[in-house]
Write a protein that binds this ligand. Structure first.
Ligand SMILES: *Cc1c(COP(=O)(O)O)cnc(C)c1O
Length: 384
């Protein structure tokens, strides 16, 4: 079922029609295994390398630095677990932020079982880490810092360059989960002090089940899945259609990113303007950083309307928004990220995430904003 207004692009995005078109021959006609010696297999090698070149270009790096994985989750795991095991002779301490994606949290939980120690950096009310706290937590045994580029629930952008510099100065590796940054920000790994970087295809209008990890030259990882594919960094027969689709999605992204970011920023502004006029500024709060934030994500609390009520009421009207991450939305729990911001309880209880993407139109934005205003006003009426 397709909802009329889809505003949950941080959870996933629809596959771009051009991406689908480019992928489709790779299911039935061009089905070969690229490791095979015959032409059926060999003929898909070049398309895979072309796709890798597109992904590499989108990050300003060499194709040899790109490892294809099954998605953002696996890339986070390969970066964190793979690096920890390959460098355990150097130390057993890892620093992450307390608002990382669950993939990073699970990877570090896994490492705890093997004697690694994890420090979780706190964030301020806007979701930013504190650089002084980071410096104070460095140890002789610290081998890795992992802080996400953009948070998936509130859109806050972290001071990536500063964090990377501190890591460099102290001979510590730096990984960043850039799954939510990549759709909006032109990330240049050739000039940023980043050693490992995670991206995912289905957040940029590519297919699900494919992602990549950027690995700086010289950074050693213990492969989590053995096999000769991906230069022995990630075994298993390549997800050929997925890789082709991801490459095409990257090509389209490079062409349209700036224009898209501008358009999404207009959507965000428009919504806020409608609410200011209809509900009034005192009845809603925008969560996340006021300026260091991506235009694709709008996390907002409508005081007095709890998250779940808002999400379900909108859902019945054909409007899809979320309570935070897709994984947290299924449960009624308050999001761990929102909790970490230490906001007043009425703000925490009512936070919803609206995330914009390519398919959205101005009419949809207006419809959703007005519907939300209507829900808020009818609730305000009830309380009187
Ligand atoms: C979606 C997401 C992931 C997971 O990516 P998958 O490809 O779905 O495994 C990881 N990190 C962030 C920040 C995400 O938004």
């Amino acid at each position: 079922m397709r909802q009329q207004v889809y505003l949950d692009h941080s959870a996933t995005t629809p596959v771009h029609p051009k991406v689908f078109e480019v992928m489709s021959p790779y299911f039935v006609e061009r089905f070969g295994n690229p490791s095979s010696i015959h032409k059926t297999g060999q003929s898909v090698r070049i398309p895979i390398e072309d796709a890798r070149a597109n992904v590499a270009m989108a990050l300003h790096t060499d194709p040899s630095r790109i490892v294809f994985t099954s998605g953002g989750t696996e890339s986070d795991y390969l970066a964190i677990v793979g690096l920890a095991f390959a460098n355990k002779d150097k130390g057993n301490h890892i620093i992450v932020s307390e608002i990382e994606h669950s993939a990073v949290m699970q990877a570090t939980d896994f490492l705890k079982k093997f004697g690694f120690e994890i420090t979780y950096l706190s964030v301020d009310n806007y979701g930013k880490i504190n650089i002084e706290e980071l410096k104070s937590q460095l140890r002789e045994e610290t081998i890795l810092i992992s802080v996400m580029f953009v948070n998936n629930e509130i859109g806050t952008i972290q001071p990536i360059e500063e964090i990377g510099k501190i890591a460099r100065e102290n001979d510590i590796y730096f990984h960043t989960d850039a799954v939510q940054a990549f759709p909006i920000i032109d990330i240049d790994v050739s000039s940023l002090p980043i050693d490992l970087l995670t991206i995912s295809s289905h957040k940029i209008n590519g297919p699900k089940g494919i992602g990549a990890l950027y690995v700086r030259k010289g950074v050693k990882l213990l492969p989590l899945i053995g096999g000769s594919q991906e230069r022995s960094r990630r075994g298993g027969t390549e997800n050929v259609p997925g890789i082709i689709g991801f490459g095409e999605a990257c090509r389209i992204l490079i062409e349209n990113r700036d224009e898209k970011a501008k358009r999404l920023a207009e959507f965000k502004e428009k919504m806020i303007k409608i609410w200011k006029e209809s509900i009034g500024e005192n009845y809603f709060v925008i969560n996340g950083h006021p300026t260091d934030v991506v235009p694709s994500i709008l996390n907002v609390s409508f005081l007095g309307v709890d998250s779940h009520t808002m999400i379900m009421t909108l859902d019945m009207k054909g409007i899809a928004v979320s309570g935070g991450s897709a994984c947290a939305a299924g449960a009624l729990d308050i999001s761990r990220v929102i909790k970490a911001l230490n906001l007043p309880q009425d703000v925490t209880r009512s936070a919803i995430r609206i995330s914009f993407g390519l398919g959205n139109t101005e009419e949809q934005i207006e419809k959703a904003a007005k519907e939300i205003a209507h829900i808020v006003k009818s609730r305000m009426g009830k309380r009187k």
